[in-house]
Design a binder for this molecule. Structure first.
Ligand SMILES: [Mg+2]
Length: 228
């Protein structure tokens, strides 16, 4: 009998690094466009990483209004070309990410991506790193958020990822599921589908780790290969 393992991966902050610099530069460009004399530090961007654009601008300029913050979000999307240029400039694969993904595929197991973005954005990000060949499925889970309207942002994300994963698992028969991510919502999503969970604590990012309840906390992605 085939014994396949599924590795479900978060993307931002887990398989990539550097995207936060593109976010920082883009935010600062927009703040400047709106005549706001304020530049976000990299630390602020990292502390808020994973929030929506709307919340970024809200946090950056609390004296604003929902209308203003939304206009800023619209401005970000009008910068699409610049945005992707910045992303390509700053993003790179997380240390050892490619080795790990490749080894999993070579051994006949599967990788999928669960990321909080639109489907086309998710695919473009993965393509930017040249990683599409390692994945059996790329899921931008934004479409699943609406089913969880009344929950907090973190709970929405966790549920959206769990929903996408459950859908992928329908009719499949994996011997075990491993979920790897750098946020508490990734760990919770994994637990919702009975996955073994790995919290990736990226070097240089001071995230709370113990409180997430992850089965393992790792500082090097190669640690997940012990599941093979
Ligand atoms: Mg992440």
């Amino acid at each position: 009998m085939e014994r396949k393992i599924l590795f479900a991966w978060d993307f931002h902050g887990t398989l990539e690094k550097g995207n936060e610099r593109a976010v920082q530069e883009l935010c600062n460009l927009v703040l400047k466009d709106f005549g706001i004399n304020r530049e976000l530090s990299l630390k602020e961007v990292l502390d808020w990483y994973g929030l929506s654009w709307f919340d970024y601008f809200k946090n950056a300029f609390l004296a604003g209004s929902p209308e203003l913050w939304q206009n800023m979000v619209n401005k970000v999307f009008s910068y699409q070309k610049t945005g992707w240029e910045l992303i390509k400039k700053y993003i790179s694969a997380q240390d050892f990410a490619e080795d790990v993904l490749k080894k999993i595929k070579e051994r006949g197991h599967q990788n999928i991506i669960l990321t909080n973005s639109k489907q086309d954005h998710a695919e473009k990000f993965i393509e930017t790193l040249g990683f599409a060949k390692y994945f059996d499925k790329i899921a931008g889970v934004d479409g699943y958020l609406n089913a969880h309207k009344n929950l907090s942002t973190e709970e929405k994300k966790q549920n959206a990822k769990a929903d996408a994963l459950k859908e992928f698992l329908l009719g499949s028969n994996f011997t075990k599921i491993i979920m790897i991510g750098d946020n508490e919502s990734d760990i919770r999503a994994g637990k919702m589908v009975g996955a073994k969970t790995y919290l990736f604590a990226a070097p240089g990012k001071n995230k709370k780790t113990e409180a997430t309840g992850a089965d393992h906390i790792i500082f090097d992605l190669r640690e997940v290969l012990k599941e093979l």
